[in-house]
Design a binder for this molecule. Structure first.
Ligand SMILES: NC(=O)c1ccc[n+]([C@@H]2O[C@H](COP(=O)([O-])OP(=O)(O)OC[C@H]3O[C@@H](n4cnc5c(N)ncnc54)[C@H](OP(=O)(O)O)[C@@H]3O)[C@@H](O)[C@H]2O)c1
Length: 246
């Protein structure tokens, strides 16, 4: 595959909002062919329509990454519509954070299912395609939450650190067939707080995001940078924080 972004076929999960939507817009502007995914059709349709109105090439599909069929369907769609898959941006995630004392076991399950299993199901779907093509790129949105552990974020950080480990293991097995990039944002102004179950935690997080959060395009630029590098160059891990974040 040629270097750069132009012509690359990219699946973006969680593309209906926040970092995923910003990434889709930035990659479309660079000439990528996009497959957008999330659970809610309305927001995906809106993002896809605005990209198409700007001349971009885009399809979308409602898909739940926490099921094996979700990412598999996205990889199939990319190949059916565009003939190949160059990049899987595994960005979908939730953060129903809170102290362990809440015993919010359903929320723990949700984070494991979406943040960790969702990434693994993406790997299961895309890896055989990347091996066959002897090219491809896994770009996964992780978090600074795993780099600095703070109270209330234990399970969320655990899912993100599990993903960090998975990505490094995957990179070591690439044998040069594909690239692996982990993107770890700090505070970014997005809808992520909407996935939080505790109203107090949600309000605190929304206030912090409004106060210091980066624009989602700051993360999208780093994703675009990693994708645009030549095939032989693997950008391993990028951390993107607001300058004022501890
Ligand atoms: N914002 C931050 O400060 C921050 C910091 C570090 C890391 N991150 C990470 O960045 C990623 C993107 O989050 P964001 O901040 O942009 O928040 P966001 O606006 O809430 O985006 C998350 C997206 O994931 C989708 N999603 C959730 N569950 C899904 C599922 N099971 N299957 C498919 N799609 C699903 C959501 O759409 P539907 O609900 O329609 O499915 C939503 O569009 C997440 O992995 C998050 O952990 C965010």
């Amino acid at each position: 595959m040629t270097d750069g972004i132009e012509g690359k076929v990219v699946v973006v999960t969680g593309a209906g909002s926040g970092i995923g939507a910003a990434t889709a817009r930035r990659l479309a502007a660079g000439g990528a062919k996009l497959v957008l995914a999330g659970r809610g059709a309305a927001r995906l349709e809106q993002v896809a329509a605005s990209i198409a109105a700007d001349g971009g090439t885009v399809v979308w599909m409602a898909a739940d990454v926490a099921t094996r069929a979700g990412p598999a369907g996205l990889v199939d769609l990319a190949q059916e519509r565009f003939g190949r898959l160059d990049v899987l941006v595994s960005n979908a995630g939730v953060a129903p954070i809170g102290p362990f004392d809440d015993l919010a076991v359903d929320d723990w399950d949700r984070m494991i299912d979406i943040n960790l299993r969702g990434v693994l199901y993406g790997i299961a779907a895309a890896l055989p395609v990347f091996r066959r093509q002897t090219s491809g790129h896994f770009v996964t949105v992780i978090s600074t939450a795993g780099l600095r552990i703070v109270p209330g974020m234990g399970v969320y950080a655990a899912t993100k650190n599990a993903v960090r480990t998975v990505m490094e293991g995957l990179r070591q097995e690439s044998r040069g067939d594909f690239r692996v990039t982990g993107i770890s944002p700090g505070f970014v102004r997005t809808d992520l707080a909407a996935s939080m179950s505790d109203p107090g935690v949600m309000a605190g997080m929304q206030a912090r995001m409004a106060e210091i959060g980066l624009d989602a395009d700051a993360v999208a630029r780093s994703i675009a940078f990693a994708i645009a590098e030549p095939d032989g160059v693997d950008i391993g891990d990028l951390v993107i924080r607001p300058t004022v974040q501890d």
